[in-house]
Design a protein around this ligand. Structure first.
Ligand SMILES: [Zn+2]
Length: 232
């Protein structure tokens, strides 16, 4: 898929001046590598009013293609759907198999997905690991609310991965590292309990809510196994 640009009229929230801006609705980093850094740094979404110089981050849907690393991410601000099937897109790419397709609702999740797919990680296992570690962090901090977090470090040599969480209403950043074994364990759980999701068509949202559901299925299965052992 080539790059797609559209012209959009933007009204400045400060001076009300209306200007035209060129925005990308689709980027292909396989053919244009420089685009990747522009996306990751947020530069692609920066807007500056030509009249008064006011700067803002624009939010609009962007489809990100990385065919070399076999993933596509659809950033759709604030989307709350789990699955998005675009028939036109599906048909166009029906010959391309094993491409991970995700929808994300915000820029931070967008950046995280790019980072972990480029690193060759399984985002489902990462999400589950992140959830498990967030529960540990919450306990460590006396039951503090730990709702949001991102993979911020991955190092195979030192056998560690790290997540940055945002804690409490002040959203204080808190970094927690863990050994990669927990990621391997998460991968095993994914292979047992998320096979169905791996085969889903279209773009899907793999986030904390999704991971909570998988963790629930895993714990329930463990309880059933325990009961079965008692019956035998
Ligand atoms: Zn302005």
């Amino acid at each position: 898929m080539p790059e797609k640009k559209v012209n959009k009229a933007i009204v400045c929230p400060i001076c009300s001046n209306m200007s035209k801006a060129q925005i990308y609705t689709s980027v292909n980093v396989t053919v244009n590598r420089a685009m990747r850094d522009k996306v990751a740094s947020g530069e692609l979404f920066e807007w500056r009013c030509p009249e008064c110089g006011h700067k803002a981050m624009l939010t609009y849907p962007v489809l990100y293609n990385d065919m070399k690393n076999r993933f596509m991410i659809y950033l759709i601000p604030k989307i709350d759907r789990f699955q998005l099937c675009d028939n036109e897109l599906e048909e166009k790419y029906s010959n391309l198999r094993n491409i991970s397709k995700r929808i994300v609702p915000d820029f931070n999740s967008f950046k995280e997905k790019i980072f972990l797919f480029e690193t060759g990680l399984d985002d489902m296992a990462v999400e589950l690991t992140k959830l498990a570690i967030s529960q540990t962090v919450s306990k460590k901090l006396g039951g503090a609310e730990v709702s949001e977090g991102y993979l911020s470090m991955y190092d195979r040599e030192t056998n560690t991965m790290g997540f940055t969480y945002f804690v409490g209403s002040e959203r204080k950043p808190y970094v927690q590292t863990a050994r990669l074994e927990i990621y391997s364990k998460s991968k095993d759980i994914i292979n047992r309990f998320a096979l169905k999701d791996k085969k889903l068509k279209g773009f899907i949202k793999i986030d904390r809510e999704w991971a909570e559901n998988i963790l629930y299925r895993y714990k329930r299965a463990k309880q059933i196994e325990k009961l079965n052992r008692l019956i035998k």
